[in-house]
Design a binder for this molecule. Structure first.
Ligand code: UDP
Length: 418
């Protein structure tokens, strides 16, 4: 059944917005909603699902990125399981949503609720945060066909890039995500605070912390230059490829791979397997290289602690890498940029939207490891360039990706629906 994350406060003249996604913590959508609901007259609830359901929605996620076999949807059984999981959950809306309210279903996991919620008189928006600019036959086409009944009931579709939307929808909106610069994840930290967060959580010491598991041969040296990637352990983030980048980087450069504890995100069943692949990659490195790679698993059970650790890691990094194979947007890049970090990111999807190569970061081909290493080394060896890119990155994020802007975009969307 649906579980409320952010309760709806009664009594406003405005139409109520109810956001629905698949997880209260872990990943960009929950991060975004945590900030957004504070700027809206809105509620937020998360769906429940079984392991089968999340295995299917993970497949659908990869399908929309052109990274899964579209033929699997020729079998009607998976979509039956999907719809059967969501159908009873629509009852939750009957007591909460009145005519004219707006229900925003986020990502493929919740799209199946659309027909039932529409039948209750609400206006239904699908906000799809993911996608890739790939030909429809590579995956998205099969997704659109399988979800045709749901898509037909929508009042509007929101995507980060125009090319991520299904064909032929009425009311298509392009709204990029946003971050909250004052949140624990992003607020200013002094150098001493950064140092003590990393020490207390066992990255630069041998200390054991309740919320953070660090796997490393030796603590991170204080004078090391640091390249960081923060991601869920998702295949499309290519953490094994990031680990391989260490080979050939200057000897004082260390890599920190930080991610959420993979056992804690229900809708992300591949995490453990991806983490195992990273460990396998490390086992294949020379001892000297392996010693320069640090794995950090952060628990989401204490979201504020997770946010503080991510903030400190991003501030400690000399360069932040986001070597995704595909990326809907990439809040991890935005978060690094608002901290004035120099970012090296794959020239894909939403990362291309955020970064103009050579202006506020560097773009690379994620398949070209030598190119990625060259970009990292070039930046690490050029503090002035890092400073310039970082400063422009910071200014750009504050101008383009504020929560206030996102809330205003939503406000005009809702106005257009009435
Ligand atoms: N994140 C986090 N702790 C982690 C790993 C990731 O809080 O250990 C957060 C990260 O800071 C960002 C979000 O998860 O806010 C990831 O969003 P992004 O858009 O980069 O990718 P997604 O996970 O949505 O694909």
């Amino acid at each position: 059944m649906l579980t409320p994350v952010w309760e709806i406060e009664p009594g406003s003249e405005e139409p109520l917005i109810v956001h629905v996604n698949s997880t209260a913590t872990g990943g960009g959508v929950s991060e975004l909603l945590r900030g957004l609901v504070r700027h809206q007259f809105a509620g937020w609830a998360v769906i429940a699902g079984t392991a089968d359901f999340y295995a299917l929605t993970k497949y659908l996620h990869h399908l929309l990125h052109g990274r899964a076999d579209p033929g699997l949807l020729d079998d009607p059984a998976p979509m039956r399981t999907y719809r059967a999981t969501l159908a009873p959950q629509s009852e939750w809306f009957a007591r909460r949503v009145t005519h004219g309210d707006v229900v925003v279903l986020h990502d493929p996991q919740t799209l199946g609720l659309a027909p039932a919620v529409k039948a209750m008189g609400a206006r239904v928006v699908w906000h799809c945060h993911i996608g890739a600019e790939v030909p429809p036959e590579r995956g998205p086409g099969a997704f659109w066909r399988a979800f045709a009944p749901e898509l037909a009931t929508l009042d509007a579709v929101v995507t980060t890039l125009p090319g991520f939307a299904p064909p032929g929808v009425r009311n298509q909106f392009v709204i990029p995500p946003a971050i909250d610069p004052a949140a624990t994840k992003n607020r200013e930290l002094t150098r001493d605070e950064v140092t003590s967060v990393l020490a207390e959580n066992g990255l630069t010491t041998d200390r054991v912390s309740a919320g953070v598991t660090v796997t490393q041969e030796q603590p991170l040296p204080h004078d090391a230059r640091v390249v960081l990637q923060v991601s869920r352990w998702d295949r499309l983030k290519d953490m094994p490829g990031v680990a391989r980048c260490i080979v050939g980087l200057p000897e004082d450069v260390h890599l920190v791979l930080a991610g959420t504890d993979p056992t804690e995100i229900p809708d992300d069943p591949e995490g453990l397997a991806v983490l195992a692949e990273v460990r396998e990659t490390l086992a294949g490195l020379s001892e000297a290289d392996r010693t320069r790679v640090h794995l950090v698993n952060i628990s989401l059970k204490q979201p504020e602690h997770n946010a503080l650790v991510v903030n400190a890691l991003q501030r400690r990094a000399d360069v932040v890498l986001q070597k995704s194979l595909e990326e809907g947007f990439g809040l991890t890049a935005t978060e690094a940029m608002v901290k004035g970090r120099a970012v090296v990111a794959s020239a894909v999807g939403g990362l291309r939207l955020q970064i103009e190569d050579g202006h506020n970061g560097l773009l690379v081909d994620p398949a070209d490891l030598d190119g990625v290493r060259a970009a990292l080394t070039g930046l690490l060896d050029d503090p002035a360039l890092r400073g310039q890119l970082g400063e422009r990155a910071r200014a750009g994020v504050l101008e383009r990706y504020s929560m206030r802007r996102l809330a205003a975009d939503y406000e005009s969307l809702v106005a257009r629906l009435t």
